[in-house]
Design a binder for this molecule. Structure first.
Ligand code: FRU
Length: 506
């Protein structure tokens, strides 16, 4: 039955059937959060791209909608964004009924196959019925590639200071900025990225976000950039930069630039980078447009897979899930700018049962069975832990069943969070899959808080209030039923809470 198949996520969005990759066009309008996505309606592998569509009122429960955008004579529909045209700048709607406008990339496979030097362009479509039906703009394409093959993934925002729309576009190994008063005519205004950050692969799916620094009035611009390959643990990943935007181009903040140069070199291309998520499976993520000012959250969702093996993962009816929705925050800590990711609050509405246990002393070579200690009937989908460590502690969390073992290791001495999925379940469908993944981890004053979400085929770890995040897919042969925790010397487990989450598909 639908949504009951093996490995079908129970609280993550998946398309009813067939292939999905990047999230696209996320926009909020009249109580509805829209999620569009790269979709092939004909097969469970990548192919002719369409925009699939789902709607949520709470960012947790999703309603599958019909396909929103189909290929046309200009090409198939690659990634892009959507905005509410409140001032009717494009003239597609009226001030009383503003249009939703999607800005996306056309990929012309015919031209590509003919050996053309350019075959990606940007097009528009609009909806006057809250995203239910879409009309392509007659004047498409609105922006042609000057001379490069990789010219895609427009993310558009309203820049109030210059009263213009700003488009961030991935152009091979950099991000280019364009501006417009009507969404139809675009002027190139600047570029960012050559020689800075990780360049192990092509740059894709940018997002330029104006954020307030937590607890202050300072405002900065954050630029998310996905790259594939060249991620910190192989394949696809998303890096970020903090700086300023003057309406024309993005410049990196000097403090962030120093932080970047000093960053541990985690990218295989040997350039320092700071990653939004160090796990292997959070790619092409961007934030929602038009979230009401009074709400002010920066809501993010990513594609929970990796181009290294996405088309081979062991599911049939559908392929790939999105991450849980996360709220991004910008913090300044000890002079450093950090983006933290927090699981969206509304996830807690899924909790049906909670069990917890306090003050357990972990001693060397004596793993504790947390499910038993907390008197829970089963291992829940959400696990929260508070650990009191000393500088040399190594703590190991083992999520396991009779056959498989997914390990999460906190190595205080090395300052690392490690995720080992080599024995976590099915892994032989691709040589890159059985990986040991590493992330730099700061432990403040010996205390570490961890929040972990486990669905049927994924783990998402938010360490240190979301300052270090690891997202990874796993394919256990049976659900993990136990969580054993052990330490190499004396460590206090101040508390552990296990919660059961109900399925969003019921
Ligand atoms: C990123 C990406 C985008 C492109 C889309 C095609 O995963 O390669 O750059 O628009 O996927 O499906």
């Amino acid at each position: 039955e639908l949504y009951q198949e093996p490995y079908r996520p129970q609280f993550h969005f998946t398309p009813q059937q067939q292939w999905m990759n990047d999230p696209n066009g996320m926009v909020y309008l009249d109580g509805e959060y829209h999620l569009f996505y790269q979709y092939n309606p004909y097969a469970n592998v990548w192919g002719p791209m369409h925009w699939g569509h789902a709607i949520s009122k709470d960012l947790v429960h999703w309603q599958q909608q019909p396909v929103a955008l189909y290929p046309d004579k200009h090409g198939t529909i690659f990634s892009g964004s959507a905005v509410v045209d409140w001032h009717n700048t494009a003239g597609f709607g009226t001030k009383d009924n503003p249009a939703l406008v999607a800005i996306f990339t056309y990929h012309d496979h015919l031209q590509e196959n003919l050996g053309a030097t350019t075959y990606q362009s940007q097009g528009l479509a609009y909806s006057l019925d809250k995203g239910r039906t879409w009309i392509k703009y007659q004047g498409n394409p609105v922006l042609n590639s000057p001379d490069v093959k990789d010219f895609r993934d427009p993310k558009v925002m309203w820049h109030a200071d210059s009263a213009r729309w700003v488009m961030s576009l991935a152009v091979k190994n950099k991000i280019s900025f364009y501006s417009s008063t009507d969404l139809k005519n675009w002027q190139h205004t600047g570029d960012f990225g050559e020689g800075i950050g990780a360049h192990g692969g092509v740059w894709e799916c940018p997002d330029l976000i104006k954020m307030r620094v937590n607890g202050s009035d300072e405002e900065k611009y954050v630029l998310l950039v996905s790259i594939t390959p060249g991620g910190p643990n192989g394949g696809s990943a998303t890096q970020y930069f903090v700086g300023d935007f003057d309406g024309k181009t993005f410049t990196i903040d000097p403090a962030f630039n120093q932080q970047l140069s000093a960053a541990e070199v985690t990218s295989p291309s040997k350039q320092p980078a700071i990653w939004l998520d160090y796990g292997t499976d959070n790619y092409a993520g961007v934030t929602w447009s038009d979230v009401p000012k009074a709400d002010g959250r920066h809501l993010f969702i990513g594609w929970m897979s990796n181009w290294q093996y996405a088309i081979k993962v062991p599911t049939e009816r559908w392929r790939s899930a999105m991450t849980i929705v996360r709220e991004l925050q910008l913090e300044q800590l000890n002079g450093q700018y950090i983006i933290s990711s927090k699981p969206v609050d509304s996830l807690s509405t899924l909790i049906t049962e909670t069990h917890s246990v306090n003050n357990i002393t972990l001693a060397a070579a004596q793993p504790v069975d947390v499910v038993k200690l907390a008197k829970a009937s089963e291992l829940g989908q959400k696990v929260q832990l508070d650990l009191e460590l000393n500088q040399a502690s190594v703590v190991e969390l083992s999520f396991n069943n009779a056959k498989n073992n997914l390990k999460v290791i906190i190595d205080a001495a090395a300052g690392e969070l490690i995720l080992d999925r080599t024995a976590a379940g099915l892994a032989d469908f691709d040589v890159n899959f059985p990986s040991v993944q590493r992330a730099p981890l700061k432990i403040e004053k010996g205390v570490l808080h961890l929040e972990i979400f486990l669905d049927r085929a994924s783990i998402e770890i938010f360490a240190d209030k979301g300052r270090t995040v690891m997202t990874s897919i796993v394919f256990p042969e049976q659900p993990y039923t136990k969580l054993n925790i052990s330490a190499d010397n004396t460590v206090q487990l101040k508390q552990v809470t296990i919660s059961q989450l109900s399925s969003i598909w019921q």
